[in-house]
Design a protein around this ligand. Structure first.
Ligand SMILES: [Mg+2]
Length: 338
């Protein structure tokens, strides 16, 4: 094949193959980028700095035969989504990788190409990173840094009783796409397989939406749905010391997801609610602010649907799911990492 493994490249060769292709011209606000002991970044006086990180491990967060190009894009997208959930503007990132000797040079090049595509799409600059040898699996860590106006970050902790809960985009597509890849939910139309697996591989971070919500000071609390709608709503409830009610009838499902639910019933519905990796924004707003939501829908072109409301805390913060006026009890609440 003529495709060298990283064992032939040496450490500097690996760095060359990962970082050199990604690096573009100096990013905005980068006083010192890659090549010094630390990057030096300019944070304007009127701004706060947002920082987030996410690690993906081969065999746990992605399979060994995952497409490296898509994986590169996703490594950035999941971090961009966290900046979006705070209402910020992503600016810079660091990339660290542990790579075993068996990894091929072309795998690294494809991965780097995916990272570069996402960084160009979202105007973020690589400002540092590290590569080390791994003895078994590929491990990818991205740290994303962003800017937001002082004291403007949208936390999870501000939801108030009476607030309406909104969700962007559609729910469950990614979980259905992954389930199909894993051999579950086998009966699916070819078009649905391609749509749902694309939604799994290529999350769309809702940066414009997060910024618009922050700009309008509309969201009392916001989170991106990574662990699953119910688990992430539970995070808002705990941080805000409230409870929440979600109505199944209101949940936004794509046509493909609707067909999967029609075919597989309750188990598919539960997967949509708990599966995670939707990377949509879930937020709480005042009950009187519905027309402002409409304005934002027009402004950013992302659908927003009211899915439920914030209620008093009760015994402890919790999420109730209702369908046809009845309470559904849902066993597994989201993706837990350990
Ligand atoms: Mg998050």
């Amino acid at each position: 094949m003529g495709d060298k493994s990283v064992a032939n490249l040496g450490e500097f060769g690996v760095i060359q193959h990962i970082f050199a292709p990604i690096q573009s011209k100096q990013g905005e606000g980068v006083q010192l980028g890659i090549g010094d002991d630390a990057a030096c970044l300019v944070v304007p006086r009127t701004q706060d700095l947002l920082a987030t990180t996410d690690t993906m491990v081969e065999g746990i967060h992605f399979s060994s035969d995952a497409d490296p190009y898509l994986l590169g894009q996703k490594a950035l997208a999941v971090n961009l989504s966290d900046i979006a959930a705070m209402g910020g503007l992503p600016r810079w990132y660091l990339l660290s990788m542990a790579v075993p000797n068996r990894t091929s040079q072309s795998w690294l090049e494809e991965f780097a190409r995916g990272v570069k595509a996402a960084s160009e799409m979202f105007h973020v600059a690589l400002v540092g990173g590290d590569t080390v040898r791994s003895n078994a699996k590929i491990v990818i860590t991205v740290q994303m840094l962003g800017l937001i106006g002082q004291h403007r970050a949208v936390a999870r902790s501000g939801a108030q009783v009476g607030d309406r809960l909104y969700l962007s985009g559609t729910l469950g597509d990614s979980a259905f796409g992954l389930a199909h890849l894993l051999g579950k939910l086998p009966a699916m139309l070819a078009d649905d397989v391609s749509y749902l697996s694309r939604r799994h591989h290529l999350p769309e971070p809702r940066i414009q939406l997060g910024m618009a919500l922050q700009d309008a000071a509309l969201a009392h609390a916001c989170i991106d749905v990574s662990d699953g709608l119910l688990a992430d709503l539970q995070h808002i409830c705990e941080a805000s010391q409230v409870s929440a009610v979600v109505d199944v009838e209101k949940l936004p499902f794509s046509e493909s997801a609707q067909r999967v639910i029609a075919q597989y019933g309750r188990s598919a519905l539960e997967l949509a609610l708990t599966g995670g990796e939707d990377y949509e924004l879930l937020f709480a707003i005042s009950p009187g602010a519905a027309d402002q939501v409409e304005k934002i829908v027009h402004q950013v072109g992302v659908s927003l649907v009211e899915i439920g409301e914030v209620v008093g805390v009760g015994e402890r913060p919790g999420v109730v799911v209702r369908q046809g006026g009845e309470v559904l009890s849902i066993a597994q609440s989201g993706w837990t990492h350990f």
